[in-house]
Design a protein around this ligand. Structure first.
Ligand SMILES: NC(=O)c1ccc[n+]([C@@H]2O[C@H](COP(=O)([O-])OP(=O)(O)OC[C@H]3O[C@@H](n4cnc5c(N)ncnc54)[C@H](O)[C@@H]3O)[C@@H](O)[C@H]2O)c1
Length: 243
């Protein structure tokens, strides 16, 4: 990725931190955008000259404008955008408060739209690039108790395809990534029941998702508007039968 300049949202911890770390190791310059300043600054400092932290609330247009402008001033036009910031709220369709539904879709879907909306001119100045939208298996199927989250992740999958169509002529590829259960602070309270019956019956690691993001950014040159599933086989629908 030498020569690439990346922004990774929600990059202070979890999957975003693993992506930021991997991209920096592979030679990219990286802006870690997050609301978590101490964690983000510490990670950036540990990655050295290649990385910087930018305070970013993905739901705020001014915040995006500042982060993209500063990333470009520091390292040139942005060539890779990873929309990874996300929140999860467990609530039934019946019980979820309207404000809670809106907050989840604001961060997970509107935030990613705002990210593309703000960064496209910079991607064009870079002469093309890649947008990686971190969706979920909840963007491929339903989950009881995750109405707002599944709505946001299906929405992000659809938005990915539209952006891919609109940006192909500019040399910008846009793909979605669909992790299954991955051990991060987001899933800290969840138990092993989440992975029972999965063909690969364990939690994934943030590094396994980062490896897929790296592949999309560097090698997947004939892929756009499509889904990359990193889920231990969770969405195959298969179950391992005994005997
Ligand atoms: N962990 C999983 O099992 C899993 C599975 C599928 C998809 N995902 C998705 O992967 C992404 C990363 O999740 P994670 O597991 O690393 O979660 P996490 O909670 O560990 O990290 C999410 C990061 O997003 C940041 N963030 C939240 N709201 C923000 C905002 N408004 N602006 C900027 N940053 C904000 C948080 O501060 C945090 O650093 C999310 O989009 C999540 O939905 C996670």
């Amino acid at each position: 990725m030498t020569g690439d300049n990346a922004i990774v949202t929600g990059g202070a911890r979890g999957i975003g931190a693993a992506i930021a770390r991997r991209f920096a190791e592979e030679g990219a310059t990286v802006t870690i955008g997050d609301v978590l300043r101490p964690e983000g600054e510490e990670l950036a400092a540990g990655l050295g000259e290649a990385a910087r932290f930018g305070l970013l609330d993905v739901t705020d247009a001014d915040s995006w404008a500042t982060v993209v402008a500063e990333a470009e001033a520091a390292h040139g036009p942005v060539s890779v955008l990873v929309n990874n910031a996300g929140i999860l709220q467990i609530d039934s369709v019946e019980d979820q408060e309207p404000a809670s539904f809106r907050r989840v879709t604001d961060v997970n879907l509107y935030g990613a739209w705002l990210g593309m909306h703000t960064t496209i001119p910079s991607l064009r100045r870079a002469g093309g690039g890649v947008v990686i939208n971190i969706s979920s298996t909840a963007g491929l199927m339903g989950y009881a108790g995750l109405g707002a989250y599944t709505a946001s992740k299906w929405g992000l999958r659809g938005l990915t395809k539209t952006a891919a169509l609109e940006l192909a002529a500019d040399g910008v590829r846009v793909c979605s990534v669909h992790p299954g259960p991955v051990r991060t602070p987001m899933t800290a309270e969840m138990g092993e029941e989440m992975v029972v019956g999965q063909p690969i019956a364990r939690y994934g690691t943030p590094e396994e998702v980062a490896a897929t993001a790296l592949f999309i950014a560097t090698e997947a040159t004939y892929s756009t508007g499509c889904e990359f599933v990193v889920d231990g086989g969770a969405t195959t629908g298969s179950r391992i039968l005994e005997g």
